[in-house]
Design a protein around this ligand. Sequence first.
Ligand SMILES: *Cc1c(COP(=O)(O)O)cnc(C)c1O
Length: 819
Amino acid sequence: MTATTLTKPASIDLAGLDEEIRRHLHYTLGYHERDVSPRYVCRATALAVRDRLVGSWQQTRDAIRETDQRRVYYLSLEFLIGRSLSNAIQNIDLDGPAREALHQYGLSLEEVAEKEHDAGLGNGGLGRLAACFLDSCANLKLPVVGYGIRYEYGMFHQHIENGRQVEDPDHWLRDGNPWEMERPDEAQNVHFYGYTEHYRDDEGTPRCRWAGSHDVVAVPYDMPIPGYRNKTVNTLRLWKAAATDAFDLEEFNSGSYPEAVASKNMAEQISMVLYPNDASENGKELRLKQQYFLVSASLQDIVKDWVEKHGDDFTDFGKKNCFQLNDTHPACAVAELMRILLDQYQMEWKQAWEITTQCMAYTNHTLLPEALERWSVSLFSRLLPRLLDIIYEINHRFLVEVSKKWPGDVARQRRMSLVEEGENPHIRMAHLAIVGSFSVNGVAGLHTELLKSGLFQDFYELWPEKFNNKTNGVTQRRWLAHCNPGLRDLLNETIGDGWQTDLSQIEKLRPFAEDAAFRKRWAEVKLQNKRRLIDYVRQTTGIEFQEAALFDVQVKRIHEYKRQLLNLLHVLNLYDRIQRGDTAGMVPRCVLIGGKAAPGYHVAKMIVNLINNVASVINADEKANDLLKLVFLPNYRVSAMEVICPATELSEQISTAGKEASGTGNMKFMMNGALTIGTLDGANIEIREQAGDENFFLFGLDAAEVSETKKAYDPNKIIAGDEEIQRIMAMIEGGRFDAGCPGTFNILTAGLRNPYDPWLTIADLRDYIDTQRKVDAAYKDQESWNRMSILNTANSGWFSSDRTIQQYADEIWQAKPLG
Ligand SMILES: *Cc1c(COP(=O)(O)O)cnc(C)c1O
């Protein structure tokens, strides 16, 4: 699909882009004109576009360095960026010249752009949020730097073999990364292992230092984050691990040269691979190394910059700097800043603690207890001995405060301690983050309320003023303007283009919901987007979706709490009805499910397996196919979502209430005019409030009812009392999808039937099936459906990450835009 640009033609440096692409092809990459392939042209174009960012990038860096305003550092183990080329072209208004230049190679911008490898440096929502936030910070000209890890291997590539997920490594840097700039002169040393040494300084004061450590070098690679047509280019700094020059010098000298060279790999391993676990704890030593590596390199970088300007006067450090911790993954930052101030700048504890708690802010992303990070004290003391001392001291002083507030309440002290006592004691990273931060935020209204009344209730009672909500958002520049050019052009023509930098303006669309001619154009855009997805599904799976069908989509990480199984049970209900001839009121549906399961998460992998096996049976049944198709789309990622969300008509947001912190996929779909079928969970609640109850398909238990139901849950009774549900269970349990291996899916059916099933899938199934019938009825009336679709987009203004970031800037960071 080619897009026409209705906005003003590109203004900056119109001439010469084709010349620069040619130059990079020839001189930088060493290719001759006659063997141009789209892949080479993609790299050359990226380099030519990057050249045009360099000036503003330099200026923004200088402006941030010179500003007297507060600077913000977004610390995150994940940045799920996806592709950068078309985003950069859009943001610096080069669309016209780029198309013209590429035309000479007989290539469209889309063909070239899709050769770029996704930067998959994240698992899912948390990493994508970090990427949307950086885009919004640049759009708002805020002095914010992102800090992360330059993983050699990002999120694994997923393919399906015999219905099962297979993981392949994602060597995204194989062809080089045209966006990054290595800055070896700004490398930092990071300590590991060793021990704490006590000594007296020249004045005789007792001091500590970290001695006998094995050091690893952190080398920064900078990526540009271009703002939208505002001359701002912010920085994402990613650290790569390398061996120090002094690495095992003794081994070199003692004749074990090859062994010594080989052991350099030990250092380089730290930034080798992203841990593919979404919302689950991971106790591996290498993971803690990654966390500390990011934190220590970033803090040293920032402190060095401070000292260059202010010497060792840290009086204003806390006022002028702010660290936003994306979940507990970088929570070591609390102890690391203390270490730098105490050990390197000889500060007194009281002042160091005041500074630290002035500049740390923590965002919580999950209510799942199994996702709360804990590190064993024995690992901590071996790997980060000096940090553990500091954590113990923080804990000691903190528990004194707790016992002052609640004298004699030993149970509470035990609950709140940074150390979980027991045979094998652990450090609770969330407690460290809360105690060390001035701000603790959740990511949707319900999530924040549940943190205050549940997981963090003790802390809320101690420090209510720390707690606040920042409902997530997504950037409309990637998730509407870029990925849905048809809708972008229709919006620009209808309400102007102000929504691209101020999504609240999208409300101007509301009156057009009543305009039949406009609804027709709206439907035409959706149809074009459905055709684009039909092609994509055919190319990746060989299955043919029908353009007249309802496009029903659930894409997200595979997790029991997200309940892809609930979706599948409904698909089986439809299939059963078709086979029985009970198709009255049924609308043709194409159901698409996609997402990666963590490689070690067995149940999630079995869910992927069952979806694929059910899809094989349904898609092979020609009698069913006019009414129903099911596809499991392999390798869900950012660039896939850019094709999926513009074509989606029904967005499945069906997690067990109280489990999904926010969700952001739900927002991308809403912006693109999908209607949501969902539970009262995470940001769904706010989506329904904004869209209007009548434009949202609500079903299921709410969070309070979930707690109540769990007290006496009897799924087998529900199944026995509901004939349709009985038939669904019988289809799976009867072995129709086992592909010759009886009992393969027992683990899933046993889970559904378990009275202690935490996800209450069977409890919500009847209401879900009934609500899906209402969806069918609503889809039959296309005029009304399109009206609701327009109103969803028109009411999506609240879900821009620009709004979210403005709230972070005003209410947490106290940050002002650069002049
Ligand atoms: C938006 C997005 C997510 C988050 O989806 P949820 O439905 O909120 O879990 C995950 N992965 C990718 C690639 C995304 O673009």
